[in-house]
Design a protein. Structure first.
Ligand SMILES: Cc1cc2nc3c(=O)[nH]c(=O)nc-3n(C[C@H](O)[C@H](O)[C@H](O)COP(=O)(O)O)c2cc1C
Length: 348
């Protein structure tokens, strides 16, 4: 492995360690506490018949849950992708892998990602690449390779301006990226999804991305993992630490970001993520117009405790979602969409 790859892999392991060991949450509310589902005191549905299934990008899912993009790119993280993919397979839910940059630079790391497809042959899987890499010489060939590596159903391009600018070694050149994203949407054989990493996507950018051919938006808003906090734990220089600290809460809270993309066309895949805690947050996300609800750090912490803990965590989320649907009288995801408490919604 060359020095560049060793550095990328070491950084991946460091990020993972920090996310597992430190409190890296933003401390800012997601906004879900202010969102209320309609209460149906006599729901007139059978709890045991509640249907959580939906079809996303042509694949039928048993529940609208996404294991958000996190790992791969080092020996250690292969183990995590294996566990997460086993869960995606067992529960027939969607999964994203972490940035595939390391494997695009060094083929020997490909199996740390392709393990996901091996363990989840039929799952809805998302490849992942950082937008900044499009300004480092990664083009259509590299992005298509990332997709092919795990026979992915879509490519997520993550937008992480805060993270890149806080990293002394980060890529600070974000010029001309919309044009490059547009090139990907026109050239790749799969849909492109744009995703933040915990700061939210603003409505104007979301519209520009859709105009550039992006088929999905994952808002990844503020309220959960803060990459400023993660980077803060990596820095040793006091000024760099202080800089990171200043931006721990930067961005758009998840609920506000979701409301900001409400008006996008129906066929644009809308993903709620960033600080989701439970199945009630999932239910509220669906009522706010999301098609999928993603969890990142919660699942990696569970996976770190072993597959059983991860599976139990997902089972609980599904149960919580079903209870929310029962109590608001929604027998399926489509009817859950009309269950937002309107008056309180207007408070926003
Ligand atoms: C350990 C870890 C690694 C991550 N790596 C990536 C990545 O490579 N690509 C990406 O798009 N997002 C990455 N993320 C961001 C998550 O996908 C997600 O957007 C963010 O953590 C907010 O969700 P959460 O509050 O549920 O953790 C990572 C998150 C964690 C916790």
């Amino acid at each position: 492995m060359n020095e560049q790859v060793t550095k990328i892999s070491a950084r991946k392991d460091e990020h993972l360690r920090i996310c597992l060991e430190e409190d890296v949450t933003s401390g800012i509310p997601t906004g879900f506490d202010q969102v209320h589902l309609q209460v149906s005191t006599l729901p007139e549905i059978n709890f045991d018949s509640i249907d959580l299934s939906s079809t996303v990008l042509g694949k039928k899912l048993d529940a609208p849950i996404l294991i958000s993009s996190m790992t791969g790119g080092s020996g250690k993280t292969k183990h995590f992708n294996k566990l997460l993919a086993q869960a995606a397979n067992e529960f027939n839910i969607a999964m994203g892998v972490g940035s595939q940059r390391a494997a695009l630079v060094h083929e020997g790391l490909e199996e740390t990602f392709s393990i996901a497809r091996k363990e989840a042959p039929n799952a809805l899987l998302f490849a992942n690449i950082g937008v900044a890499q499009l300004n480092e010489g990664f083009g259509v060939t590299e992005c298509q390779r990332a997709v092919d590596m795990l026979e992915a159903d879509a490519l997520i391009i993550h937008l992480n301006s805060l993270q890149e600018v806080l990293q002394p070694e980060g890529n600070h050149d974000f010029t001309q990226l919309l044009t490059k994203i547009e090139k990907m949407t026109r050239s790749l054989h799969v849909p492109v999804i744009a995703k933040e990493v915990g700061c939210g996507i603003d409505p104007q950018t979301a519209r520009s991305l859709v105009n550039a051919g992006v088929r999905g938006i994952d808002v990844a808003g503020v309220g959960g993992t803060s990459w400023a906090a993660v980077e803060m734990y990596r820095q040793t220089d006091p000024s760099r630490k202080a800089l990171c600290q200043t931006y721990v809460g930067w961005g758009i809270p998840t609920v506000m970001a979701l409301q900001g993309i409400e008006g996008l066309p129906e066929d644009i895949l809308k993903i709620s993520s960033g600080g989701l805690q439970n199945g009630l947050d999932v239910a509220k996300s669906i009522a706010l117009g999301a098609d999928l609800a993603g969890f990142a750090r919660k699942f990696i912490i569970a996976a770190n405790a072993g597959y059983k803990t991860l599976a139990e965590s997902i089972e609980l989320i599904l149960l919580e979602l079903k209870v929310a649907m029962f109590l608001s009288g929604a027998g399926d995801l489509k009817s859950l969409r009309s269950k937002l408490e309107k008056e309180r919604e207007d408070e926003y």
